[in-house]
Design a protein around this ligand. Structure first.
Ligand SMILES: Cc1cc2nc3c(=O)[nH]c(=O)nc-3n(C[C@H](O)[C@H](O)[C@H](O)COP(=O)(O)OP(=O)(O)OC[C@H]3O[C@@H](n4cnc5c(N)ncnc54)[C@H](O)[C@@H]3O)c2cc1C
Length: 510
């Protein structure tokens, strides 16, 4: 029987474990932390009864991804909650633009000129939304969905290709009739990647996230994202996998030019025929002995550019946030940045290594839509800003800037705060070393770190030049977010190399 070890119990590790165990492999997931889940954990970090998503919260890619859908986690207890107002973008004059599940409502929110542009864009993109997402979330090369996508886009293909490789700011201004507020609304969607609105390639990220919101909403998991991790653990264990916590891998053992197992902190050595690492590039490089990979590949992993860091604050509130803009009071997510120049300035400060005075925020209002998150009448709030790695501003000062920024758009917010839990990048990294430097994306999303260059062509199909070592996680295609694509891909590569039959989901689930 093939023995495999999976490093990391984030969702990619658990997805890999399901596939391996279902195919008859003896598989153990090794997790450094005291409980599984990685960046999909939730916890009561402010006050008892208030459940906070520590990292991932809004999961459009999880519902769009075949790798997650085929596991039918609803049978293991996952319940999706889909807020009808997906994301609101308030301005300081008390107005807002919102993305609604309902297309007409989005168009109305954008106003006549920008709304017409959005309707026309959605007329071209919504019919190919599933093919587009399947193209992005397929192992490389995405042979099957691309022809469907190209057929669907027809004469518009070149225009969309051009817009996607450009910046989200240019894409927004072009599509939305030059309306700078509407462009800010779209550009803020690319914030989730940490890419500035002016960066090449941010067009694709902003547009795909907005399109996913229009198509599926941005769902959250009832009870917290941690319920998704718990369901994955149940699913993996039912298939026969073991999950071992407090088992930090310190070295991948290499013997005779191939993987022989791993060594844990404390010295224990676990033998294995194959190892699947779900760690991001630099933490993985640190586990490999010199010479395990060809020098160019090893250099690429060690020189991998992590993106900006997420500085997070979770709040327990006495009531809902009193946003001045009505649409923000109903939204699942609020992008707090204001006008386009302010959004761009915040990103540029970050690039200069400065924490913005007015940081651009991603704010989550889970408890508005999922009453299990807080005691009756009370609320949670989830907020993070992208800050430069290694900045020297004290944590309290950064948290203060985040709070002042919310207060600017929601006067009367601060008095509602019952408790707050601050999660600066160094805490994030200490709890999950794979989130190196607090980077939520597993590496910058600039174009030279995309597709086969994520992280290197030799690793692009989840295999590595070191026999028996497979890679998944946010530093390999298609990158970060909760979609399970690389976990599935690495497991299937391993099964194929060992001539084992891959697990196939019942047709209905896939
Ligand atoms: C603040 C924040 C907000 C985010 N928001 C969203 C969102 O709303 N939607 C979304 O889709 N995505 C979001 N993401 C991104 C998403 O959470 C991650 O890209 C994804 O969860 C990564 O999953 P993974 O399984 O590849 O790795 P991880 O979940 O990071 O798992 C890696 C695991 O490996 C363990 N580990 C590390 N080193 C070792 C070692 N040496 N030995 C053993 N175990 C080890 C870690 O403890 C961890 O459990 C967010 C991330 C952050 C940080």
């Amino acid at each position: 029987m093939t023995r495999a070890l999976v490093i990391g119990s984030g969702h990619n590790g658990l997805v890999a474990a399901v596939h391996l165990a279902e195919a008859g492999v003896d598989v153990t997931v090794l997790e450094a932390a005291g409980r599984p889940g990685g960046a999909t954990r939730s916890a009561q970090v402010t006050r008892p009864g208030f459940v906070h998503d520590l990292h991932a919260a809004f999961l459009p890619m999880a519902v769009a991804s075949r790798a997650m859908r085929e596991l039918a986690l609803e049978r293991d207890g996952v319940e999706w909650v889909v807020p009808p107002v997906v994301v609101a973008h308030p301005f300081e004059d008390g107005r807002a633009i919102a993305l609604h599940r309902d297309l007409d409502a989005t168009v109305a929110s954008l106003g006549p000129r920008a709304g017409a542009g959005w309707r026309s864009a959605m007329g071209e993109l919504l019919p190919v939304a599933d093919a587009l997402v399947a193209t992005i979330l397929s192992p490389l090369p995405p042979v099957r969905p691309v022809p469907r996508l190209l057929r669907g886009l027809g004469g518009a293909t070149l225009d969309w290709g051009r817009r996607f490789v450009g910046s989200v700011q240019s894409l927004g201004l072009e599509l939305l009739g030059g309306d700078a507020r509407a462009a800010a609304w779209l550009a803020a969607c690319a914030q989730h990647t940490g890419l500035p609105p002016t960066a090449a390639g941010s067009g694709a990220f902003g547009m795909v996230l907005a399109l996913a919101g229009q198509r599926h909403g941005w769902p959250l998991v009832r009870g917290g994202t941690g319920e998704l991790a718990a369901a994955l653990v149940r699913r993996a264990e039912r298939a026969g996998a073991r999950v071992r916590c407090e088992a930090r891998v310190t070295e991948v053992v290499v013997r005779g030019g191939r993987v022989g197992g791993v060594r844990l902190a404390g010295g224990e050595e676990l033998p294995a025929d194959a190892v699947v690492s779900t760690l991001t590039a630099r933490p993985l490089a640190a586990l490999l002995p010199d010479g395990a990979l060809p020098p160019r590949v090893a250099r690429r992993l060690r020189a991998w550019r992590h993106g900006t860091a997420a500085f997070k604050v979770d709040y327990a509130l006495a009531g809902p946030v009193p946003w001045a803009a009505a649409e923000a009071r109903e939204a699942g997510v609020v992008h707090v940045a204001g006008e386009l120049p302010a959004l761009t300035a915040a990103a540029q400060d970050g690039e200069r290594g400065v924490v913005p005075e007015r940081p651009a925020l991603v704010v989550g209002q889970q408890s508005l839509h999922d009453p299990t998150r807080a005691p009756a009448g009370r609320h949670t709030l989830y907020a993070y800003a992208h800050v430069p790695r290694g900045h020297d501003l004290p944590d309290d000062e950064v948290a203060g800037r985040i709070e002042a920024q919310i207060e600017r758009f929601a006067p009367g917010f601060s008095p509602l705060v019952l408790a707050r839990a601050v999660r600066p990048p160094h805490v994030t990294e200490a709890e999950d070393p794979s989130l190196a430097g607090g980077d939520l994306g597993g590496g910058s999303y600039e174009l030279d770190q995309q597709l086969v260059l994520r992280p290197h062509p030799a690793l692009a199909r989840y295999r590595t030049p070191l026999r028996g070592l497979y890679v998944a996680g946010a530093s390999v295609h298609p990158g970060g977010a909760v979609h399970g694509v690389s976990g599935r891909g690495a497991a299937r590569a391993l099964l194929s190399d060992r001539r084992l039959r891959p697990w196939r989901a019942p047709r209905r689930a896939a």
